[in-house]
Design a protein around this ligand. Structure first.
Ligand SMILES: [Fe+2]
Length: 307
């Protein structure tokens, strides 16, 4: 697979200063104004002032220039009328939804090993005579990486075909005509699409070391602004990850996640039949309507349609 991860996502925001501060509090490091870095992935979120919130460009990483050339050739051979710029990077617009993509040579993640966390249970209690590690953590949460994003597509079936057949993604799970979860690494999903009239940004997700970091991060953001809460803490069924969704001051959803499924090979993985939105989560608070239909969605879709 020539691709190996999301690199940098450019996101339009309407409230630049407040949104920058919000992502600093979320745990990203602002290396330059609006350029937010994760702990292990470098700058992975670039905030751009825009008349409406949403995706400005999706960045994907490849291992070397030969892989870039192979992807450029695949795009040209797709016979989909794609205009491909191929220099140090490969730039194009997705032929289904007209979303801008930039593929560049990027290092693979090299996440520092996290300290071993022990859990006591009725049958095994390896932690003796000391409190849980998480109780003693005092450092601010620092997400490791931008692990996935979810966006709208006017034709998810065609979008999945484009991403898998032309770009080399693999399909992990699908929701029939409604959408699908795709990966360009061993993570269960790096990109998911869902049926929508415009390719709006549903959410970005940042991977944390463990569920305690998801909880500590969510609690910190609620301490600052209880209205930023969207949904959590819970555990998804598709992908298995713990989640806590929050809303930035421009209305974009951002997720803390951990313990997402890893897939070693397509043939080793058995997708289940998830064709039921009840399966969106295994446990957690009731699914809020806001998650399915963000409160500003009508305005965002109208602005995108006019753009
Ligand atoms: Fe997610």
């Amino acid at each position: 697979m020539p691709l190996h991860r999301l690199t940098t996502l450019h996101v339009g925001v309407t409230e630049m200063d407040d949104t920058r501060e919000w992502y600093r509090q979320f745990g990203l490091t602002e290396e330059e104004p609006g350029r937010m870095a994760t702990r292990d992935g470098g700058v992975q979120l670039v905030l751009e002032s825009a008349p409406y919130r949403g995706i400005r460009q999706i960045g994907l990483g490849a291992d070397d220039p030969d892989d870039l050339a192979r992807i450029a050739a695949s795009l040209a051979d797709a016979d989909m009328g794609i205009d491909v710029e191929h220099g140090d990077t490969v730039r194009f617009r997705d032929p289904i939804d007209n979303v801008a993509y930039e593929i560049s040579v990027a290092p693979r993640y090299a996440a520092a090993p996290t300290s071993a966390v022990t859990f006591n249970s009725p049958s095994a209690a390896p932690r003796r005579d000391e409190p849980a590690d998480a109780v003693l953590r005092a450092h601010p949460v620092q997400p490791s990486n931008l692990t996935h994003m979810v966006r709208g597509s006017k034709d998810p079936v065609a979008s999945i075909a484009f991403h898998t057949e032309v770009l080399g993604f693999e399909l992990s799970d699908s929701l029939g005509d409604f959408g699908g979860f795709m990966r360009c690494s061993d993570v269960h999903h790096n990109l998911a699409v869902q049926l929508a009239p415009q390719p709006f940004l549903h959410h970005v997700s940042f991977e944390c070391d463990d569920v305690d970091e998801v909880g500590r991060g969510g609690a910190h953001m609620l301490d600052l602004d209880a209205d930023s809460h969207v949904w959590g803490l819970g555990r998804h069924a598709i992908g298995s990850n713990y989640f806590w969704y929050l809303k930035d001051p421009s209305g974009n959803f951002a997720e803390y996640s951990s313990d997402i499924d890893r897939i070693s090979a397509q043939e080793a993985y058995q997708p289940k039949d998830w064709n039921d939105k009840e399966n969106l989560y295994s446990w957690g608070p009731p699914l809020p309507m806001e998650f399915l239909a963000p409160p500003d969605i009508e305005d965002v879709l109208a602005a995108m349609a006019e753009d």
